[in-house]
Design a binder for this molecule. Structure first.
Ligand SMILES: Cc1cc2nc3c(=O)[nH]c(=O)nc-3n(C[C@H](O)[C@H](O)[C@H](O)COP(=O)(O)O)c2cc1C
Length: 202
């Protein structure tokens, strides 16, 4: 099978794109607007894009609350989505009216961040405190701007629940049972990891 989405071709009953680019990490973004109102929502068009400086991005399909709040406050927190928090994470994707807190809606408690005003999800085992570096309006291959916006943040503070740090000083992703987004309504859960050492200089 081969098809060309930009020509409107859809040979399958459901678009396989997000099942192929999978699993995708979930940026569970907490952010304040200019008035200090809080928003929490999941974004799987999310990833780390640099180590020095540590940069992460999330991309919004339309000008949703998270990205417009980030544009106002210039900072946000990325909370780790885990198996234990899967239902709460999903609830926070509900399209609540702007300014209505998804924390309360999903029965989640906030915890204060150290360096940014936006709170983190108290039960999440890790959180990245970010300062906004850029908001990019995305373009299609023919150079046309599209209604898609990517926020890039520099991670200026990292919270880890000490219970998830191994005796060797590693973040225990298997204990955290990090979840990731696949296609359709599917998710993946980190249940095991394996290690491979890079070739010299790699
Ligand atoms: C696991 C998951 C991942 C999602 N990823 C994205 C995404 O990458 N981009 C996007 O625009 N919406 C995404 N959504 C949908 C948004 O979370 C949803 O539209 C939400 O209402 C946006 O909230 P906000 O307007 O408060 O920011 C995702 C939803 C779920 C459950």
């Amino acid at each position: 099978m081969f098809f060309q989405p930009y020509k409107g071709e859809r040979p399958l009953p459901h678009d396989p794109f997000k099942a192929i680019v999978a699993p995708r990490p979930i940026g569970w973004i907490s952010v304040l607007d200019g008035q200090g109102r809080v928003n929490l929502s999941p974004y799987s068009f999310f990833n780390a894009i640099s180590t020095k400086p540590p940069l992460i991005m999330f991309s919004s399909e339309g000008m949703k609350d998270a990205i417009s709040f980030v544009a106002e406050s210039g900072e946000f927190v990325c909370n780790l989505a885990t198996w234990d928090l899967r239902h709460e994470m999903n609830l926070t994707s509900a399209p609540l009216p702007r300014g209505e807190s998804e924390f309360g809606f999903a029965g989640l408690e906030t915890a204060p961040s150290q360096l940014v005003k936006a709170p983190r999800v108290k039960r999440s085992p890790a959180a990245l405190e970010c300062k906004l570096a850029d908001i990019v309006t995305l373009k299609s291959h023919d150079g046309q701007p599209v209604d898609r916006y990517m926020a890039i943040g520099e991670v200026i503070g990292i919270y880890i629940d000490d219970d998830y740090i191994t005796k060797d000083g590693l973040f225990d992703i298997v204990k955290a049972r990090t979840i990731a987004r696949c296609g359709y309504a599917d998710y993946a859960e980190v249940a095991s990891v394996f290690s491979i050492t890079r070739p010299p200089g790699g």
